[in-house]
Design a protein around this ligand. Structure first.
Ligand code: ATP
Length: 424
């Protein structure tokens, strides 16, 4: 069977790497892929001339190549309706329809949905009128959180610790239009305190299959300092998600979401990612929904998955997720992201990468912003690699990841030294 993975990051490399291990899979195409998807295994290949914004071209490719199943990594093609286009041509694809993807593509949709279905989340109001937004902030005070309604590639959320910062964020979005249409409406919400975790499940419209829990590290620098990034590292499982919290997240957030979407006539299929905020009293609130897997969470999660992932994806597409159980490596997987010079501002491209050690049972290196340039591996994006270590302790997984990472070199490489610190 041939599989198509859409995207070019570490998440997509990890999905392709895992799927290539299935005895039923002959070939995994990754569109457009990266320097690692071309070389990882003989089954794995990047198709760099496929443009992922051309959804019809992707469907034509899937048809021509007789792709058995397509998995979508990033949110943009989902929000653009790739699942509707593929299904319209009877092509098998795992992901939400454009309407269901609104859980991620419109914060206002997600908040109104949660309110309607009594799913715990921060209190909020939505504004497109700038005076009303400023007045609401004055009435509520700081700290307060301002979110662009639409997709803004991680730049649409301002956690304002002062009123000044909050008013500035409103001006940036509603008056200066810095985020374009995505910021033409803003959600202003209550500031929540606690520890974050990523709770990702597979949904077939009705049934839910939970994946292993994980925790991301969003800030660029050690001790959660510096600017926000796409994620500088992640590990799985996340000990903050105790069995009680796990049960609570399923009962109070995931199941009501799946039931609520079905009841609203927009059944959800695909990966459903709930960003959780867990407070000191064990209360769990939803920070956000994503309708795809997280990056870098996917890398340690896939490194721990022992089952054949194709079986789960097939069951999901066929509405039979209730018949699947997943088997996980008992070890902890910890992934450290190496980013390019000047990430996240304007990352430099073209630095030569050397020294990536071969994968073994305790380590895997997933590529993200890499490209093969005439046989030379070079940086081509912000987050370049994610090095995953596996061990029975967090400390051991951390040591293994860094021991491996220390062999890898490219000019200007940036990475955190403390990934996993919350679990230590
Ligand atoms: P992502 O890149 O994860 O998709 P996003 O742009 O969709 O992010 P959110 O995940 O909603 O944005 O918010 C980004 C970060 O801002 C969260 O991970 C969290 O740290 C912080 N945050 C969001 N909402 C709140 C809140 N209500 N209270 C406190 N912090 C918050």
């Amino acid at each position: 069977m041939k599989i198509l993975v859409i995207g070019s990051g570490g998440r997509e490399h990890a999905l392709a790497w895992k799927l290539a291990q299935s005895p039923k899979v002959q070939k995994v195409f990754v569109a457009p892929g990266n320097g690692g998807t071309a070389t990882a295994t003989a089954k794995n290949m990047g198709i760099e001339n496929l443009n992922i914004t051309d959804l019809n071209a992707l469907a034509a490719f899937a048809k021509d190549e007789q792709i058995h199943l397509t998995v979508v990594g990033p949110e943009a093609p989902l929000a653009g309706g790739i699942v509707d286009i593929f299904r319209g041509q009877s092509l098998r694809i795992f992901g939400p329809t454009q309407k269901a993807a609104q859980l991620e593509s419109s914060k206002d949709f997600a908040k109104a949905f949660m309110k309607r279905h009594q799913i715990p989340t921060a209190e909020y109001q939505t504004f497109s009128n700038i005076q009303e937004a400023h007045a609401y902030i004055d009435a509520k005070g700081a700290p307060i959180v301002i979110k662009a309604d639409g997709l803004a590639a991680g730049k649409g959320v301002v956690v304002a610790m002062s009123l000044e910062e909050a008013h500035g964020a409103i001006d940036m979005m509603l008056s200066d239009n810095k985020l374009g249409d995505a910021g033409a409406r803003v959600v202003i919400e209550e500031f929540l305190q606690g520890e974050e975790a990523s709770f990702i499940v597979m949904v077939d419209g009705k049934n839910v299959l939970t994946l292993a829990t994980s925790q991301d590290h969003k800030r660029l620098l050690d001790a959660d300092q510096g600017p926000n990034t796409g994620g500088m590292g992640a590990y799985s499982p996340a000990p903050v998600v105790t069995p009680e919290i796990h049960a609570r997240a399923l009962r109070e957030i995931i199941m009501p979401t799946v039931k609520g979407m079905a009841a609203d006539g927009i059944p959800f299929t695909g990966f459903l990612y709930a960003g959780l905020m867990i407070d000191g009293k064990g209360q769990v609130k939803t920070l956000e929904f994503n309708c795809r897997m997280g990056d870098p969470e996917t890398q340690p999660i896939m490194a721990r998955l022992k089952s054949d992932f194709l079986i789960a994806l097939d069951a999901a597409v066929d509405g039979k997720l209730d018949q699947v159980e997943l088997d996980w490596d008992a070890r902890i997987a910890l992934g450290v992201v190496m980013a390019a010079y000047n990430y996240p501002e304007t990352p430099r491209k073209g630095d030569v990468i050397t020294g990536i050690p071969a994968d073994d049972i305790d380590h895997v290196t997933f590529h993200a912003g890499t490209t093969m340039d005439n046989g030379v591996l070079k940086t081509s994006g912000g987050r370049v690699l994610c090095v995953v270590g596996l061990d029975h302790t967090t400390k051991g997984a951390q040591q293994k990841a860094y021991a491996h990472l220390d062999h890898i070199q490219f000019d200007g490489a940036q990475f955190r030294r403390d990934i996993g610190y919350r679990a230590l």
